[in-house]
Design a binder for this molecule. Sequence first.
Ligand code: PMT
Length: 221
Amino acid sequence: PKAQSLAGVRLMLTAGPTREALDPVRFISNHSSGKMGFALAAAAAELGAEVTLVSGPVSLATPAGVRRLDVESAAQMHGVVMDHIDTQQIFIACAAVADYAPKTVASHKIKKTSADTMVIELTKNPDIVANVAALPNKPFTVGFAAETRDVEKYARDKLSRKKLDMIVANNVAKAGQGFNADDNALSVFWPEGQTDLPLAGKTELARHLLTLIAEKYHDTH
Ligand code: PMT
């Protein structure tokens, strides 16, 4: 069947990792490459959406027709998303946002000392997708869940706790898929149902997922 159009629909995505600075030369981050989120941005633009891509530091070209806003930290990603979310009709959170950031950022490079251990204190970052889903005029909100076990249980828990319209789970413990791979396999959950999108290239998967999101969005709008 022909994919439902997203012509004229304003859609925002987050993609890539965040970097949480420790000092001017060091940070805490993760293995997200941005490939999944950028493929989703391209697929959304193909369906006619007006796409805003909020990206952490990645080395990927911006898909054609996509407006891209670059950030580094979770706090910056949160700020940029909140500044632009008012006008958005669909929000997809594919970024691997750091849950915690160093409590203080040293203004000079941290020196090695004679001690054999070092303790870094972390504070919780704002939960971007949960804050978006809590807005009074919230967009259709899709979260991701990166899990290494009990995928459905944790994904369904995030769906209800963060008050999302849909959650897209991937098992990131499996070799050859998930973080930084060219392929992925997804299980999608929404309040009344679920479907599996089996292992495939991220470009193809992104098209299937955007078709599903467009369908569910149009069901409710
Ligand atoms: O970038 P690739 O290399 O292509 O890899 C793709 C991917 C594995 C990163 C992607 O498919 C994926 O799973 N993205 C979500 C990663 C993640 O951080 O999942 P989580 O289960 O920790 O977070 C749950 C949801 O909350 C996600 O939608 C996340 O964007 C969001 N979140 C989390 C923390 C936070 N402070 N703010 C958020 O918005």
